[in-house]
Design a protein around this ligand. Structure first.
Ligand code: 0A1
Ligand code: ZN
Length: 880
């Protein structure tokens, strides 16, 4: 099918160095809500090996004046059409001056310069990644053009008392007519996507910071006045991130100020603009009354992520957008290391792998599959994906594991030494890491180029006569769109062997001189390979892929007893959880066998026994007691019926709750509820996590009692974690107490958008056919708007992407509603519309009735006039 708006793709292989670069830019910006005028002065450098005319990107700019080397240009000396300004007569060293008008208040895309909040009280800000700078001024808007910025902002002092841009402050003062100005100079050359400004009425909290190398820095967090008290946790997290990067990577901050600003109107999580990070308020504000423990952790993680970009992204940036994972995968990995160091390493790993399986594996298995480094794209904003971020991080983790802690640090040092101030590639990264360790890492490039999740098949055979255990590993990656043939990848498999009592065995790998500890990494780098372990005195149980040493699907014919053994005894917290997940999968598959399937019994018995062990970390126990999610179960099936999967998963959990028993659940619930408070230390968070899980399990076997307890917990909760947990149980079960609690929540948080988002989400997640009517009713709530991305996601994102049994109705009404709203949203904010549309990923594997309904809805969306390139690309790809 051909779609309206079909643009031609950009290919990695077509990369050319820029014909023109810009040495310095001086921006003078006269800010106003309706119209803003941007004057720019570029000193140009021509690429000696090119004779191409000067071409600059510019989208939707009203050109007011243009001059070259001091002379105003005749209308015949330039052309501005289809997003490109072409100028005749430019030479190396020429100075181009332009003045343009832009319209912030009319900009609903949240890209370029826009207004956050109301005309009366809101503030102006920018978002330039990936290609937003061209919506502000004419510029070669590509990441390999690095420029020194001087930015002068001018505005009415009363309406815009705070004026911020990236870089160091370089003066400010008064102007006639109640106006004022502020100047910022950034000494570090940067690409246009890292430019930012903020202007308006904002409050701040701040702290002085001295870097390890003695630099004095002012850390300042800005927000609207009513939430400034919710910024303290983020400021702490920022300081801890800065220390950690000094200690772990020897990286110091490099400007006199570090500004961070919170906005409620933001397309993504946050943005690492040099010296002026801008955050979706959801990832910056935190207070016990309105934030859950998970949200506190997310704030810490995103603050760290954006800060770490200062080196991995800003000081060393990307040559082109195909290299996006160079900064994103690496920065996610660095954040994961930091969070593992700050909290519990195995819980962090469980959380990250669960996220990968929920978001990236389905992406890699469907029509949207693409390599971590895509070879082509149409709309770059559609490539900020779980594959580029999360799988990208897994690739860095594998390579870091290969080099070891010291080797990876050596490699990173060399990477920074070689590429500081440059726009680099994935090859540059692998070369630096490899060269520093005299290892050829080029085989890992195939991981960046090949889409699809490899399946790792493992088969163990024990030879009693020879006391040998032979592990045969083989790999296979299924075809993905545009990549029918797949190559073998290097797959590091970290493993241990256990005897049947659950004791780890020393490993004598054939070929090694002597026993080599109890944990080892073997690398499968062919289609299939055998590894022989000697001196194994009895048939062992292999704990494979420990810590999830490679982003693959492990296929291994474990028996339920073997998985139960690992679940009970594995010392690696992650693999313990993993064994439980695999066992739950077997149990799920065997549910039709009735109550006494071996797998279900083994899963329930092992968990019931762990439930009695008070030594186990309550947070780990909570995770062990949680089976894989509905999306993961669906990922293994070919004719998916989300309603049935939901019901079966409920049955599975019901069996578990029954096996543990109402009395034990109640006793544990009461023990965990004693003197509830909102302290944020790990132990308190862990108790709350387990308490929620226990309450959820109790609700499956004694709904009446659980609902009464939930209602009480809702009323007396000391903070949002307990409050939302209780509300979730009541609402998902549609308990009699739900409506009072919802009404109370709605009123209590009427003026707190982040808390109100949770009110929408918890209702959008009601399972089954009931969800649709709820969504339709919530759409009419006066607080609902498609204009705000967080709010749109809180209802439609939650419904379509996290509530499979609600969204995938057999009558297709869920699809119809979503596609109608996507079309409306597309006219306001194409980036968000495109992202929400990815909820259709996987529709081809639905059972026939739903598949048919999904196709009809998608086709009718595709045929609508005037869809954005963003949404058309996703819909077109999903339909393929
Ligand atoms: N670089 C940011 C992500 C980001 C990307 C695009 C944006 O606007 C369209 C905003 C933020 C990060 O990784 O945090
Ligand atoms: Zn990032």
């Amino acid at each position: 099918m051909t779609l309206v708006n079909e643009t031609s793709p950009i290919h990695l292989r077509d990369y050319r160095r820029p014909d023109w670069s810009v040495e310095t830019i001086e921006l003078e910006i006269d800010l106003g809500i309706d119209t803003t005028e941007v004057s720019s002065r570029l000193t140009l450098r021509s690429n000696p090996s090119s004779s191409a005319p000067l071409r600059l990107d510019g989208e939707g700019l009203e050109l007011l004046a243009i001059s070259l080397d001091g002379s105003a240009l005749d209308v015949h000396a330039y052309r501005y059409d289809k997003g490109v300004l072409e100028v005749d007569g430019a030479r190396d060293g020429s100075v181009l001056e332009t003045r343009v008008r832009v319209r912030p208040a009319a900009n609903t895309t949240l890209e370029g310069l826009y207004l956050s909040g109301s005309r009366e009280h809101g503030f102006l800000l920018t978002q330039c990644e990936a290609e937003g700078f061209r919506h502000i001024t004419f510029f070669p808007d590509r990441p390999d053009v690095l420029t020194r910025y001087t930015v002068t902002l001018r505005a009415d002092r009363e309406r815009f008392p705070v004026l911020l841009a990236g870089g160091n402050p370089a003066g400010n003062g008064e102007l006639p007519d109640g106006r004022h100005w502020a100047r910022f100079i950034d000494p570090h050359p940067k690409p246009g996507y890292l430019f930012a400004l903020v202007a308006g009425r904002l409050e701040n909290i701040q702290r002085d910071y001295v870097t390890a190398d003695g630099g004095k820095v002012k850390l300042v967090i800005w927000s609207e006045a009513n939430v400034i008290d919710c910024c303290h946790y983020a400021l702490d997290a920022l300081e801890r991130s800065m220390r950690w990067d000094e200690q772990a990577y020897g990286r110091n901050y490099d400007l006199d100020v570090f500004h961070v600003v919170a906005t409620h109107d933001f397309n993504m999580g946050a943005m690492e603009n040099k010296g002026l990070n801008i955050f979706n308020a959801k990832y910056l504000l935190a207070d016990p009354d309105s934030s859950t423990d998970e949200e506190y952790r997310a704030v810490e993680a995103v603050v760290a992520h954006e800060y770490f970009h200062n080196w991995t992204g800003n000081r060393v940036t990307c040559r082109d957008w195909f290299q996006l994972s160079l900064k994103e995968g690496l920065t996610v990995f660095r954040e994961q290391q930091f969070s593992a160091d700050s909290n519990s390493a195995s819980l962090k790993r469980i959380e990250d792998v669960a996220l990968l399986r929920r978001t990236q594996f389905p992406e890699d298995a469907g029509p949207l599959a693409h390599p971590v480094r895509p070879a082509e794209y149409r709309e770059i904003n559609n490539f900020y994906t779980a594959t580029v971020y999360e799988k990208g991080s897994e690739l860095v983790r594998m390579i870091a594991g290969r080099l070891g802690q010291d080797g990876f640090r050596r490699g990173m040092d060399l990477y920074f030494e070689r590429h500081d101030g440059q726009a680099a590639t994935i090859e540059d990264f692998l070369s630096a890491l490899g060269d520093a360790n005299r290892i050829d890492l080029s085989p890992y490039l195939a991981w960046y180029a090949q889409a699809g999740t490899p399946r790792l098949h493992a088969k163990g055979e024990y030879d009693a006569a020879r006391c040998e255990y032979t592990l045969t590993l083989s790999q296979q990656t299924r075809p993905t769109p545009g990549q029918p043939e797949k190559v073998s990848l290097p797959i590091p498999v970290k493993l241990s062997l256990f005897d049947r009592q659950g004791t780890m065995l020393p490993l004598h790998l054939d070929g090694d001189e002597q026993a080599d500890g109890t944990e080892k990494v073997i690398v499968l780098d062919k289609g299939s390979q055998r590894f022989v372990f000697k001196h194994v005195l009895a048939p062992p149980v292999a704990s494979l892929l420990r810590g999830f040493s490679a982003p693959v699907v492990l296929e291994c014919d474990y028996s339920p007893e073997e998985l139960a053994l690992l679940l009970t005894h594995d010392a690696d917290g992650f693999n313990r959880w993993e064994a439980g997940q695999q066992l739950a999968m077997l149990a799920f598959d065997s549910l039709h066998e009735g109550h006494h399937s071996d797998a279900c019994k083994a899963w329930c018995d092992a968990l019931a026994a762990l439930f009695e062990q008070h030594a186990i970390d309550p947070a780990l126990l909570a995770d062990l007691l949680t089976p894989p999610g509905e999306i993961e179960f669906a990922d293994r099936q070919s004719e998916v019926d989300p309603g049935r999967i939901h019901a079966q998963r409920q049955t599975l959990q019901h069996r578990l709750a029954e096996r543990i028993g109402i009395d034990a659940l109640l006793a544990r619930y009461h023990a965990l509820s004693a003197n509830a408070h909102q302290h944020l230390d790990n132990a308190s968070q862990a108790r709350r996590r387990l308490k929620r899980r226990v309450l959820e399990l109790l609700a499956l076997v004694d709904a009446g009692q659980a609902h009464a307890l939930a209602a009480k917990q809702y009323e007396s909760a000391p903070g949002m974690t307990d409050r939302l947990a209780a509300l979730g149980v009541l609402v998902r079960d549609r308990a009699p107490q739900a409506s009072d609690a919802l009404a109370h929540f709605r009123q209590r948080y009427a003026n707190n958008p982040l808390a109100l988002d949770k009110w929408f989400t918890v209702q959008a997640q009601v399972p089954g056919d009931a969800a649709l009517a709820i969504i339709k009713q919530l759409e009419n709530d006066p607080a609902f708007t498609l204009k705000n991305p967080n709010r749109a996601r809180s209802l439609f994102g939650a419904f379509a992407s996290t509530n499979p049994s609600g969204f995938h109705r057999a009558d297709g009404e869920g699809y119809q509603l979503l596609t109608e709203r996507l079309a409306q949203l597309d006219a306001l904010n194409p980036q968000i519309a495109a992202r929400l549309a990815t909820a259709f990923n996987g529709w081809q594997r639905l059972e026939p009735l739903r598949r048919h309904a999904a196709r009809l809805a998608l086709e009718s969306l595709a045929q609508r006039e005037g869809l954005s390139p963003n949404l058309s690309e996703i819909v077109g790809n999903v339909l393929q």
